[in-house]
Design a binder for this molecule. Structure first.
Ligand code: ARG
Ligand code: ZN
Length: 859
């Protein structure tokens, strides 16, 4: 067949739905290879004049259409969609039967089988793979779901809302009837049927509603659900205390499934999770995994208000729920642990995942203007930059007025499908502020750059700011943004803060901010707490960064100063210029003095910037030089501070069962210490790492030691990988780590290793976690992926080509690393583009991959 012409959907083309569907009854006769769905839609015309009823379908065939109980023939298929002509009717009851084969659904969108259970993923457009429906988020319905299935195969039958009746049927079947009182869009529909066990608990809401909580997993996984349950209860309380938002059903269920395209899904009353974000115990999960569980459980729970009670009008508004909900989960995690460390982690992620997006061919505003496939827009920009945009509004308004704004937003739009504009309007009214210019954050892509310079007139000091926003595809010129910048100034002689922290609001392309009267040039502390997602370019006096790294009173700014010092040094070294290693060693040494009091912060601060971020500072990325110089600096720091690193490791490790922030911080710092010693090439280090690996009482230390060994070529490496594999080969989430540490390895033969691992009997394309653990990790291993002969590019393109027919969503997520070609030398550029072209030449390519690969080529 001829290649499909991509259809571009534009934000400006939004039209209100012509038909609403106040009620839906779904009847499922469940089977792994055949499920029959009978949908009864009560439709009501919203358009003033007669209009056909458009029901979207994807891979469905309509066996029969009935209108008000009688067989109806006035319908046609348009592509996969069902168009029913209802003449002059303004209301009708439409019934359609569809047959689907969940076992053949390898896309993991719609109704699919995972292990032996049935589950759904409907966001964004999966519901149309279950039954014909408008499948747009501004059509909200009350759902009544009846499910029947074999009692032995599917002892547990779950859907949204409340279970109102159950019963036995013929031939060993049973059924359940579920009703969700809250009108919802189709993307929030969910169903699960399988052999599951439950961790039960209760929660009493602030107004006294008793909620039954359930986390459903496979037999044997129950003991690993306690952390998720604790996180859920903490989230429920936190949302009441911080946003005044209470849960609104008598039941809240979570189901964990092994095969899942994303992290988790906020279906009303029935969240469905990737097992990765539910299952955790100290033996199999690292501290970072525990934090991931806590954050994602909170994220999905918070969606009950930011996403479900108030949903999105159309998918261009995705950041309305995702940016806001990420901001909410970040604030929650900060409150549960160390706010400074959480902020550092958030910014690290933003810089690693979002800044490159903003600087590349797939750049888009947090509210995109067009798309071909919406699944491609579940991006770090929509999620994480979206969260930064909400955070900036919170900063501009202050906590109290921000809360007024969110109260107004929730009250005004409860039960509605809203827009980003609605949110900003609520902030303006609740916060009594003009956000006219601020709206550009929703319109303009690209990371703003602030060039800062200190100026002096007599004793008066100023900060001169020049704001520029780079061109991005489709947006050649940009207007200045409103940017909240937290700043302070210090006297480097130690006499204290010359200018206590204040908030400057930038509005102009060129702007002068008065700082005050000082006798000498102050040390400027700027973008404290990372108050805006911008890149700062500021000429520093010598010694200033080291001074700030040691003395700034904002921990994020201290971290940032040390990172900048490291970055300057590394960039100089890579470009063959004189670098100041001694300054970095001195600053790291000074930071290590805080190791006992605040090990978590020290661990974050002592880490060198990753290779990709170093590359982002260069005109042309030189992956080999970056690897070489970063290792050299790591070795220098490791050697110079050897005694300090050894002292950290000599102290006994906290018990793996101790989840306190202090214990987590100490474990993290031990991992950093081991990595520095390993980089120094000290002879006893493989033995030391192997001892830590063998004696570790939990996964955090075990994985850190294994990852360190994996970089080298010691016998201990082979031995540890083997032990790890034997011990955990039956635990998929831990086996993922075994693939991951090898794909991360800094060894010269990593491309070959990854190619071999792709042939390993435990590697499979059917499980997205496994694919990401090998190829996602590999694509993030800059020097390996960008090996000069292009073998890394070929490997990733081969994967995309093999995976696309099976799972286009996950395949498309592997394209962006190839789209960074403009940042590399000509040889690599040609090789990368050739792989993108090879992908595009495949017959029958999905819309997902076509969009990402073709846009990546254009830039
Ligand atoms: N709304 C989910 C979340 O919590 C993401 C689900 C998106 N899934 C997808 N296949 N696009 O962020
Ligand atoms: Zn979300």
């Amino acid at each position: 067949s001829a290649p499909a012409i991509p259809v571009t959907i534009h934000r400006g083309d939004y039209r209100r739905p012509e038909w609403q569907i106040p009620d839906i009854a779904l009847d499922f006769a469940l089977g792994i290879t055949m499920t029959r769905v009978t949908a009864a839609l009560s439709v009501v015309r919203a358009a003033p004049a007669p209009a056909p009823l458009l029901l979207r379908g994807d891979g469905l065939a309509a066996a029969e259409v009935r209108v008000d109980g009688a067989v109806w023939n006035d319908w046609r298929m348009e592509g996969g969609d069902l168009v029913i002509d209802l003449g002059h009717r303004d209301a009708a009851r439409i019934e359609v039967d569809t047959l689907i084969d969940p076992s053949a659904n390898t896309q993991l969108s719609g109704l699919y089988a995972s292990n032996d259970m049935l589950c759904t993923q409907c966001e964004a457009e999966g519901f149309r793979r279950i039954t014909f429906h408008p499948d747009r988020p501004d059509v909200l319905s009350r759902y009544r779901v009846r499910m029947t299935g074999d009692k032995a195969a599917f002892p547990v039958l779950l859907s949204n809302g409340n279970r109102v009746a159950t019963g036995e049927g013929a031939g060993g079947t049973h059924w359940a009837l579920w009703e969700d009182p809250w009108p919802k869009p189709s993307y929030l529909f969910a169903l699960v049927a399988g052999d599951l066990v439950v961790n039960r608990d209760r929660f009493t809401t602030m107004s006294g509603r008793e909620v039954e909580l359930g986390i459903w997993v496979r037999e044997g996984d129950l003991e690993r659900t306690h952390h998720a349950m604790a996180a859920l209860k903490h989230s429920m309380r936190w949302d009441e205390e911080v946003y005044g938002r209470e849960y609104d059903l008598d039941l809240f269920n979570i189901v964990a499934v092994s095969d899942f395209n994303m992290g988790a899904m906020e279906n009303k009353g029935l969240n469905i999770f990737n097992t990765r974000y539910i299952l955790a115990d100290p033996d199999t999960a690292t501290d970072a995994d525990f934090d991931g569980v806590e954050g994602v459980v909170a994220h999905e729970y918070f969606h009950n208000w930011s996403g479900n009670r108030v949903t999105c009008r159309d998918w261009f508004q995705l950041s309305l729920k995702e940016g806001f909900t990420v901001y909410r989960d970040q604030s929650f995690s900060a409150a549960m642990g160390s706010p400074a460390v959480k902020r550092i982690e958030d910014v690290r992620l933003l810089r690693a995942a979002q800044f490159p997006e903003d600087a590349g061919p797939l750049a888009h505003p947090i509210r995109p203007d067009s798309y071909q496939e919406i699944s491609n827009f579940y991006t770090a920009t929509v999620y994480n930059k979206g969260a930064e945009v909400i955070r900036m509004m919170a900063t501009l308004l202050g906590a109290e007025r921000f809360r007024k704004g969110t109260d107004l937003y929730f009250d005004r739009h409860d039960g509605e499908a809203a827009t980003c504009e609605d949110f900003v309007c609520a902030m303006e009214e609740g916060g009594d502020i003009d956000l006219g210019q601020f709206r550009r954050w929703y319109e303009q892509a690209g990371t703003p750059k602030l060039h800062l310079a200190l100026a002096q007139e007599g004793r008066d000091w100023f900060m001169d700011v020049t704001q520029t926003i780079p061109a991005t595809p489709g947006q050649e010129t940009k207007a200045p943004m409103m940017i909240p910048l937290r700043l302070a100034a210090f006297a480097m002689d130690g006499s204290g803060a010359l200018l206590p922290e204040r908030l400057a609001t930038l509005t102009d392309a060129v702007q002068r901010i008065p700082l005050g009267q000082f006798a000498a040039r102050p040390a400027l502390s700027v973008n404290r707490g990372f108050s805006a997602p911008v890149i700062i370019d500021l000429e520093r006096a010598s010694g200033e960064l080291a001074w700030l790294a040691a003395h700034d009173d904002d921990p994020f700014a201290r971290y940032e100063a040390l990172q900048q010092l490291m970055l300057d040094t590394l960039v100089a070294a890579v470009s063959g210029k004189a670098d100041d290693r001694e300054a970095v060693i001195g600053a790291v040494g000074q930071t290590l003095e805080g190791a006992v009091n605040d090990p978590a912060f020290v661990a974050e601060a002592a880490l060198l910037p990753n290779e990709a971020f170093i590359g982002d500072q260069m005109v042309t990325v030189d992956p080999d030089a970056i690897r070489r110089e970063r290792l050299a600096l790591q070795m220098a720091i490791g050697t110079a501070l050897e005694n300090e690193w050894r002292a950290i490791l000599a102290r006994s490790a906290p018990a793996a069962t101790d989840p306190s922030p202090e214990a987590k911080g100490r474990r993290r710092l031990r991992g950093v210490a081991l990595a520095y010693l390993a980089a120094s090439g000290l002879e006893d280090v493989p033995g030391l790492a192997f001892a830590i690996f063998s004696q570790a009482d939990g996964m955090t230390e075990r994985q850190a030691a294994l990852a360190t060994l994996a970089h080298g070529d010691s016998d201990e490496r082979t031995h540890a990988l083997d032990i790890f594999y034997q011990r955990y080969r039956d635990n998929p989430l831990v086996l993922d780590k075994w693939f991951q540490v090898q794909a991360w390895s800094q060894r010269a033969d990593t491309v070959a290793t990854v190619a071999e691992l792709a042939q390993h009997p435990d590697f499979t394309l059917t499980n997205p976690n496994r694919v990401r653990s090998l190829y996602g990790a590999f694509a993030g291993n800059q020097a390996a992926f960008h090996q000069a002969d292009g073998a890394g590019y070929r490997l990733l393109a081969d994967l995309v080509i093999a995976l696309d027919p099976r799972n286009p969503q996950t395949a498309a997520r592997m394209i962006p690393p190839l789209g960074r070609w403009r940042r590399f030398d000509e040889g690599r550029q040609l090789l990368m583009k050739a792989e993108l072209e090879r992908i595009l030449a495949q017959p029958g390519l999905s819309r997902d991959v076509t969009e990402q690969a073709s846009k990546s080529l254009m830039g």
